[in-house]
Design a protein around this ligand. Structure first.
Ligand SMILES: [Zn+2]
Length: 122
């Protein structure tokens, strides 16, 4: 069991660790299959925002709306290819509120890093 609480709405990003010397024979396809399997298990256990990283896999890297199942954030490795969440965190397709903190996001930025300002709560 992965989770049985309100944590189901917390995002979970699954990474393939860099293979150690003893595991260099593991291909990127094998790492992708392992991440796919872990993602499937997490979704079956009820996690809503599960996606994969560190491998080229647009399907696995995509976060879907738990309400309408449309893609909210489409990623491929380090690139954001689509962002379909409003500034207030609503799905642009159905209007359902997505869990989390959101902000205005312009066009997809590719591999460019986005500066984020962090501050202590007031
Ligand atoms: Zn939706």
């Amino acid at each position: 069991m992965i989770v049985r609480c309100s944590c189901a709405f917390s995002p979970l990003k699954l990474h393939a660790a860099r293979p150690s010397a003893g595991l260099r024979s593991h291909s990127s396809a094998r790492r992708k299959r392992t991440l796919d399997r872990a993602r499937g298990i997490a979704r079956l256990e009820g996690l809503k925002y599960v996606y994969t990283g560190s491998v080229h896999d647009e399907e696995g890297g995509t976060t879907y709306c738990p309400s309408c199942e449309e893609a909210l954030i489409v990623r491929d490795r380090h690139q954001i290819r689509a962002y379909r969440v409003t500034e207030s965190g609503a799905c642009t397709h159905c209007g359902a509120q997505a869990a989390g903190r959101w902000q205005r996001f312009g066009k997809p930025c590719g591999a460019r890093r986005i500066p984020v300002r962090l501050s202590a709560p007031a």
